[in-house]
Write a protein that binds this ligand. Structure first.
Ligand code: HAM
Length: 448
């Protein structure tokens, strides 16, 4: 019997099919954003496991702050005149009128959380670690992403130099455990007072060279003269070499603190390099600052820092708390992974072979296979299967592909008998066993 389509329904179907025919451009990614697919996760999981373990070994507690904070937190914390706050923040107003920013980093948020949760009443220092996405509207290129992940540690409430060294050590150790050779570039930028004197000397020097500065560097001279030291302008190398160096302007306490940090690094065998030009792009630092770079013959590889950190004794007070010394670091997970992929290209393609493959015939068999797969999984046996498949030949091919030593086959007859077939994938021999004993049988065959 044929049924006639009612006119309205027919019209609707025609409209739908012509809409389907009209090609709609598929949605694309927002510029600078990335999907993270395999094999990326093999590397990320490896780094995450190491980062988590070492954080726990060094008695750091996990913290996760929200990706969105009040804009004022970053303006006050990182500094109004920094590149991050001036150019790179994803800031917007919510429908409720709040001015918010997707976090460009986590030190200011963790410090906010320290204050908000009254952590100053806990035994000091409070040691916290995090792993999560950060957002900076940087120019997208290899190693510079607009959403990137940081792993970091913050140690708040203690001024001891050994803790600065511990931050650099943990960052370096994570890379070392991943098989990445790295070197810590380190400097001291002293207290705000000693830095103010140094800044004056620096400005006086660069004013005499103003005619040689690029337009960007002239702006830096006016707004944030310390940033002239990490200017990438090729003409700057010569000018920097003649410029006053911060070590000569450090107060005695900062100098002694820095010497101690270096002694601890010597003691722990951390490779480091003194870098008088290292000033960092965030205003909250005091005394120790460091960055960590991969060691490689290829200048492109060792160009971008894998991580950075230092001491930030003034930040908590700047955010409204009591004066509270602190230090920390963050590793750029994406950059570390890029390096790891270069030195261990195989890691991402390694798949763990499965011990058993569960195959089925017919709908009753499928139900049983579903349940047996779960019993095997719960018993810690690495099983594979393709529940939606019907043809046994295709399923046996999959079993071979997955490296299974044994296949469990459940057909209509086995369901009725309460049995399953176990097939030795190498010899092709089969035996029938009681379905209730399947986990035990497989464990026996695997010798567990
Ligand atoms: P930072 O140097 O701005 O420091 O960032 C740390 C690391 O994050 C960098 O060394 C880099 O590996 C990675 N990173 C930064 N920007 C990007 C980007 N656009 N794409 C990919 N990776 C990037 C901080 O964020 C401080 N909060 C570190 C700290 C913690 N200081 C004290 N405690």
């Amino acid at each position: 019997m044929t049924m006639k389509k009612p006119a309205a329904a027919a019209k609707k179907t025609d409209a739908a099919s012509s809409a389907a025919k009209r090609k709609v451009a598929p949605p694309t990614l927002v510029r600078g954003m990335r999907d993270l697919l395999n094999p990326e996760w093999a590397y990320r999981d490896k780094m995450y496991d190491i980062a988590r373990k070492i954080s726990m070994d060094y008695e750091y507690d996990r913290i996760e702050t929200p990706v969105m904070e009040e804009t004022a937190l970053f303006v006050r914390g990182i500094g109004k005149m920094t590149d991050i706050v001036e150019k790179e923040m994803y800031s917007f107003e919510t429908v409720g009128g709040e001015k918010v920013t997707l976090r460009p980093e986590a030190t200011a948020p963790v410090s906010r959380a320290y204050l908000q949760h009254g952590m100053l009443n806990r035994p000091q220092p409070v040691k916290l670690w995090y792993w999560g996405p950060m957002y900076r509207h940087d120019r997208p290129q290899s190693g510079r992403y607009r959403q990137f992940t940081q792993f970091g540690c913050e140690c708040i409430g203690d001024s001891a130099a050994v803790l600065d060294a511990q931050q650099a050590f943990i960052a370096w150790k994570v890379l070392d455990l991943l098989g990445i050779e790295s070197v810590v570039h380190i400097n001291s930028i002293g207290t705000p007072e000693s830095r103010a004197n140094y800044k004056n000397a620096l400005v006086a020097y660069f004013r005499t060279k103003k005619h040689k500065l690029s337009e960007d560097d002239k702006k830096r001279l006016a707004k944030n003269p310390m940033r002239l030291l990490d200017s990438k302008d090729p003409g700057m190398d010569e000018l920097k070499a003649e410029a006053p160096q911060i070590v000569d302007w450090l107060d005695e306490a900062s100098k002694a603190h820095f010497m101690q940090v270096l002694e601890y690094l010597d003691e722990m065998g951390v490779p480091y390099q003194l870098d008088p030009y290292l000033v960092r792009g965030l205003d909250y630092y005091t005394k120790t600052v460091f960055e960590i770079f991969a060691v490689s013959e290829d200048p492109e590889v060792s160009k971008l820092a894998l991580g950075g950190g230092g001491r930030y004794d003034g930040l908590i007070e700047q955010l409204g708390g009591n004066p509270t010394p602190a230090c920390g670091f963050s590793l750029g997970v994406d950059r570390v992974i890029n390096r790891l992929r270069e030195i261990d290209p195989e890691l991402g393609s390694k798949t763990e072979p499965r011990e058993v493959y569960v195959a089925q015939l017919g709908d009753q068999g499928r139900k049983k296979a579903f349940a047996i797969f779960e019993q095997l999984r719960a018993a810690g046996i690495r099983a594979s299967g393709a529940l939606s498949k019907d043809a046994i030949k295709a399923q046996m091919e999959l079993a071979n592909k997955r490296g299974a030593k044994w296949a469990i086959i459940i057909g209509q007859k086995e369901v009725l008998d309460g049995t399953v077939i176990i097939r030795d994938m190498d010899s092709g021999t089969q035996e029938t066993v009681d379905a209730k004993k399947i986990v035990h049988e497989i464990q026996r065959k695997l010798g567990v």
